[in-house]
Design a protein. Structure first.
Length: 317
């Protein structure tokens, strides 16, 4: 009954065919113990520690649109347990985005959640990107593979390998969608992964604390954006080949984090480091700006398969 209640929240946002395929895929993985559903708004009697010095989290955030810097930086800084932020961007936009990021922190236009009560230190540039709240660095990465290739290039960074948890976010816009839908998609994902509500932050803190201590791979995505077989598109063969290269079989019905934003723990990051090298550069058969069928789309679907085959996924709502 609990599963049905949570799934009912999604039905008003999907057509019937999409809802039924997602419900079937979610039910399949729940019954096999690979998937959990958690309502962040249902607070328990015990409150989780929001500022836990023993948990270290890092954010990898890809920014392509400079005008989204403030929204994404706010999301990253208020994220639970985060003390380090890696921002990736195309080389041709590096100076603009680097200056914009540090100007935002210098002018203290960033919202600071209550549990991160230490003030943001001024003159950020003079102290090498240490805000006293978290460390921030901006990295120029080749503008290929959308947000996926820059993310995979960063997972060997010491800031990532030293962290217990990782949050992946980016400036998703999807301008090809009907007016406003791409922005709504991004904003809903960001709020789901780094909520502003104190009750939802408590619920998320409990899950993340458990994720940080398990030795098995564990990821968390918002339930609304868990897509299934209706979204295979042109990616089935490429995803299957990618998993076979890792000697990994397809694990039941497709389920993946549409929009490619999620929390994961150290064990899941290790799975990603074992993925075979990928060529994200478009050739005469492909188009980097294609709406489907690119290596980035295949990796997005592989994220879900790897998570379900090697550990646990929590869908939050």
């Amino acid at each position: 009954m609990e599963l049905l209640r949570h799934l009912a929240r999604v039905i008003c946002h999907s057509d019937l065919a999409q809802f039924s395929t997602r419900a079937a895929a979610i039910s399949y993985h729940v019954l096999r113990g690979r998937l959990k559903i958690s309502h962040l708004g249902l607070s328990g009697r015990r409150k989780a520690k929001l500022a836990n010095p023993h948990i270290r989290a890092v954010v990898i955030c890809h920014i392509y649109y400079p005008e989204l810097c403030e929204e994404l930086l706010n999301t990253a800084i208020r994220a639970l347990f985060v003390d380090r932020i890696i921002i990736t961007c195309p080389p041709e936009k590096f100076n603009l985005i680097n200056n914009k990021v540090f100007d935002l922190v210098d002018t203290v236009s960033i919202s600071c959640p209550p549990e991160k009560s230490r003030p943001i230190q001024a003159n950020l540039r003079a102290i090498g990107g240490n805000t006293n709240l978290c460390e921030i660095k901006v990295v120029a990465t080749e503008n290929i593979g959308r947000d996926v290739a820059p993310f995979l290039k960063c997972i060997d960074d010491p800031w990532v390998t030293e962290a217990d948890l990782l949050l992946k976010i980016h400036g998703k816009r999807s301008p090809y969608l009907v007016a406003g839908k791409g922005n709504f998609w991004r904003q809903h994902l960001l709020e789901g992964l780094s909520p502003t509500s104190s009750t939802r932050r408590q619920g998320l803190a409990r899950i993340l604390t458990k994720m940080s201590t398990t030795t098995k791979a564990h990821t968390l995505w918002p339930l609304r954006w868990a897509y299934s077989v209706e979204s295979w598109g042109e990616n089935r063969a490429a995803t299957k080949n990618l998993l076979l290269d890792k000697r990994q079989k397809m694990s039941g019905p497709l389920l993946f984090p549409a929009g490619t934003m999620f929390w994961c723990n150290r064990a899941f990051v290790k799975n990603l480091t074992e993925l075979p090298p990928l060529d994200f550069k478009p050739n005469h058969h492909s188009n980097e700006n294609a709406l489907d069928g690119t290596p980035a789309h295949a990796v997005e679907r592989a994220f879900g398969q790897l998570a379900l085959a090697n550990g646990t996924v929590t869908l939050s709502c």
